[in-house]
Design a protein around this ligand. Structure first.
Ligand code: GRF
Length: 294
């Protein structure tokens, strides 16, 4: 165990492609080490990936213990022995018991295949398709006692393909997860983001790929105009809104460039935000418009 390393544990139930992305892009870099991988599923491919990488791997199956609390207690002890700083849920399909969450509070994060708080729970991709969304996405968030309710750390939009083909959308969502989850781990390891400082992630880290536009400033500006902190804006997840505005900004930039018109930077923020509102097929959740626009 290297001195001072930021030690990450990954919990996974399935194939472990997110684990692999973490192993390939953050493990062994910038003082970050994956120190343990646990699963509830005997034979999960994630366990093989860990073993292949020389990382301690252990299975805690539900039927191997008298209760969920007991199973989670054993897992908690094992993670503590491994001197873990951060527990990453990457496709872990079990609810964690309250005592586990209490012990690791603010040190558990999850990746969810939707822009929370839209579509929490199972089959988030199917939920987004059924709801007729044009844009969905990925969220990395802190884990609390609720189902996908903890504070968001990073969110990124993923456009639903025109074909509305589920496999195509799943591939795009997974590819985004493989970038966003390692990025969140790096942010947490660096100490630039913590449970107390989620706000700081907004301005600096949620980005519009390819435009170089600091859109965090745009939404921060909108919030300031309302005399509110970004996290108080509306009842909607602030990062969801940022992600949506980012997507709108990107589309507008492409459109303006095609038409040979002024750059998107010349547009008033309100226009970009209005365009963003129109990208969602469903009406925004109640309270959003009041919260944002006063
Ligand atoms: C991911 O889509 C994650 O968001 C979901 O389960 C999937 C896990 O995939 N909860 P993998 O095991 O990392 O390949």
């Amino acid at each position: 165990m290297s001195a001072q390393a930021f030690r990450v544990a990954v919990l996974a139930s399935g194939t472990g492609t997110n684990l692999q992305a973490i192993l390939d892009t953050v493990h062994g870099q910038d003082g970050i080490e994956v120190g343990a991988v646990a699963s509830d599923k005997p034979g999960a491919m994630a366990l093989d990936r860990a073993t292949d990488a020389g990382i301690a791997a252990e299975c805690f199956p539900r039927d191997g213990f008298d209760s969920r609390e007991e199973r989670d207690g054993a897992m908690s002890e094992w993670l503590a022995e491994k001197e873990i700083h951060l527990v990453v849920l990457a496709g872990y399909m079990q609810l964690l018991s309250p005592s586990f969450i209490e012990r690791w509070r603010d040190r558990i994060v999850n990746v969810h295949p939707a822009l929370l708080p839209s579509f929490p729970g199972l089959d988030a991709i199917g939920q987004a398709l059924d709801a007729g969304m044009e844009v969905t996405g990925v969220t990395v968030h802190f884990v609390d006692e609720g189902v996908d309710t903890g504070a968001p750390i990073l969110q990124r939009p993923v456009p639903v393909p025109a074909s509305r083909d589920r496999d195509e959308l799943e591939d795009a969502v997974h590819a985004t997860e493989h970038i966003l989850l390692p990025e969140a781990i790096r942010l947490l390891a660096s100490g630039r983001v913590s449970a107390e400082r989620v706000d700081d992630a907004l301005a600096s880290k949620v980005d519009v790929e390819g435009t170089g536009v600091p859109f965090g400033e745009l939404t921060a500006e909108a919030a300031r105009a309302q005399g509110q902190r970004l996290t108080d804006v509306g009842t909607w997840g602030p990062l969801q809104r940022v992600a949506k505005v980012a997507h709108a900004w990107k589309l507008l930039a492409a459109q303006l460039e095609k038409e040979g018109r002024a750059t998107v930077r010349d547009l008033p923020a309100a226009d970009v935000i209005e365009h963003a509102e129109r990208l969602w097929v469903l009406p925004p959740p109640e309270g959003l418009i009041e919260g944002v626009r006063g």
